[in-house]
Structures are given as C-alpha cells and as structure tokens.
Ligand binder design. Structure first.
Ligand SMILES: [Zn+2]
Length: 125
C-alpha cells in the first residue's frame, strides 16, 4: 500500500518493473519508516535511537548524508551520478527525473538499507 503510493507519487512515468526490489528501500527512506533508530525506537521500544557507529541520531538524513559508515557507498553513487548526492529537498525530483537517476539512487539506498538491516539484526541478536 505505502509502496504503491510512493511509486504513484514519485515515479508514475518510470517503469519500475525491473527495479521492483529497489522501491522498498526508497520507500523506507522517503517515508522515514524503516530500519532507523528514530523509527524502531518508536515502534519497538528500542532503548535509544542513536546510530550504532557514531552515536548520532539515526534517521534517513544521517544515513544518506552524514554517517561515515556509508562513505564508500556514498562516494560510489556520487561518482556514478557525477555530482554530490541530491539533498533531501531535491532528491524526489532527482529520482523521478529519469530512469537512470532512479536506478543509481535507488541502488544506493537499497545497498545501504540492506546492510543496515543486517547490522541491526546482528546488534539485536
Ligand atoms: Zn552513523
């Protein structure tokens, strides 16, 4: 439901059939409902909402732009798109501007979120 809404809102002109797997991570980041301390604290009574690596508030902003844990992935996507990662106020427009932009950004989000979910499960035990 949420996924369909996000698709309708941000990418009605983009064929996502090949990239269906990626939309889940994009949705988590754009709606801020996902494997972030700020969200899991709210729904799972997690004790704190800080990033496991750097003690900063763990939210999509931190993951996308700040956390050193994702420097390598961030540099890789910035090299592909030949610019700095679009800021939060422009990332939706960037995502829907073309198929290749969608692919590059959603791939970055997917890689990061998958690794993050895996790490969070390991921390949780
Ligand atoms: Zn961090």
């Amino acid at each position: 439901m949420v996924i369909r809404t996000v698709h309708t809102c941000i990418s009605p002109n983009i064929d996502l059939s090949e990239f269906q797997k990626d939309i889940d991570s994009v949705t988590q980041i754009l709606t801020r409902h996902g494997s972030f301390g700020t969200f899991t604290k709210r729904i799972k009574n997690k004790k704190n909402h800080t990033c496991g690596m750097c003690e900063q508030k763990d939210d999509p902003t931190h993951v996308l732009y700040e956390c050193a844990r994702w420097d390598q992935e961030r540099r890789a996507v910035e090299k592909k798109i030949e610019r700095i990662l679009p800021r939060e106020n422009e990332i939706v427009d960037y995502l829907k501007s073309s198929q290749i932009n969608w692919l590059n950004i959603s791939e970055f989000m997917t890689v990061v979120m998958k690794k993050k979910e895996k790490g969070d499960r390991e921390i949780k035990g």
